[in-house]
Design a protein around this ligand. Structure first.
Ligand SMILES: [Zn+2]
Length: 250
């Protein structure tokens, strides 16, 4: 049985641990960049996998399927944070993209992710504002997912789990989302995958380690390049951005 109250409390605790308040929408990628020792990898993980988490005494690694929408990537990252901080059952998790039909442990991670991005109290307050009558049309669902930065389906299932929508509406609420969001004046970034040429990237601890061995001259510059290329960072290895110019530091 999933203990929703406990998961909401854990989500709030982690938000606060990462320097965020308990209720506001979060820039989860920026928050995660502060986690000591964590390497974050974006990659095409295929059609069925949303993310992965590996943790043991030496490694903390989260991989996110960058071919999924930006909103879903935010959700997947929050899901993997559950495995990283609160899941003691396994040091290695490969997570299916399917929402709402998984093992108990995966359901806990999804529920945690939902609360992390849209805390129980603030979602309730936002619903009161967006849909004071309690009727939840596509317009209100889009307003809520845009505010909290959550994928459309993740928000749909959250609203089902809180009794605001029936799952019978899944089909009706799964079509024409981007055009509806556009018409309502929203940015469509939430619904788009990462551009193909940027889908494979590594951030965080791994790069700090490579820089460390480079500075200490522990390996040859060819080996440093190899380590960077292994991490899909040819932009650093070959200084690609430097060549392009046009840096804006304003
Ligand atoms: Zn999982």
């Amino acid at each position: 049985m999933i203990d929703k109250l406990d998961l909401n409390t854990k989500a709030q605790e982690l938000r606060e641990l990462l320097g965020e308040d308990a209720n506001s929408p979060v820039d989860i990628f920026s928050l995660v960049s502060q986690i000591e020792g964590l390497t974050l990898v974006f990659h095409d993980l295929g059609k069925n996998i949303s993310g992965m988490c590996v943790k043991d005494n030496e490694i903390k690694l989260i991989a996110i399927n960058s071919t999924m929408s930006y909103g879903r990537q935010r959700f997947s990252l929050a899901h993997e944070l559950y495995h990283l901080y609160y899941d003691d059952t396994s040091g290695f998790n490969v997570c299916s993209k399917i929402l709402n039909s998984k093992s108990e442990n995966e359901k806990c991670a999804d529920q945690f992710a939902s609360y992390f991005l849209a805390p129980y109290k603030s979602l309730k307050a936002a619903i009161k504002k967006a849909a004071p009558e309690g009727s939840m049309s596509m317009q209100e669902v889009i307003a809520l997912e845009q505010y909290f930065g959550m994928s459309h389906l993740a928000m749909f299932w959250r609203l089902v789990s809180e009794g605001y929508l029936s799952q019978d509406y899944l089909d009706d609420y799964s079509h024409g989302v981007i055009s509806a969001a556009r018409t309502l004046g929203y940015d469509e970034k939430l619904y788009n995958p990462t551009p193909v040429d940027q889908q494979s990237r590594t951030y965080g601890y791994y790069l700090k380690q490579v820089e460390e061995v480079r500075k200490k001259d522990l390996v040859s510059s060819g080996k440093v390049d190899e380590l960077l290329l292994d991490a899909f960072r040819d932009d650093i290895a070959f200084g690609l951005d430097d060549d392009q110019g046009g840096e804006a530091l304003d």
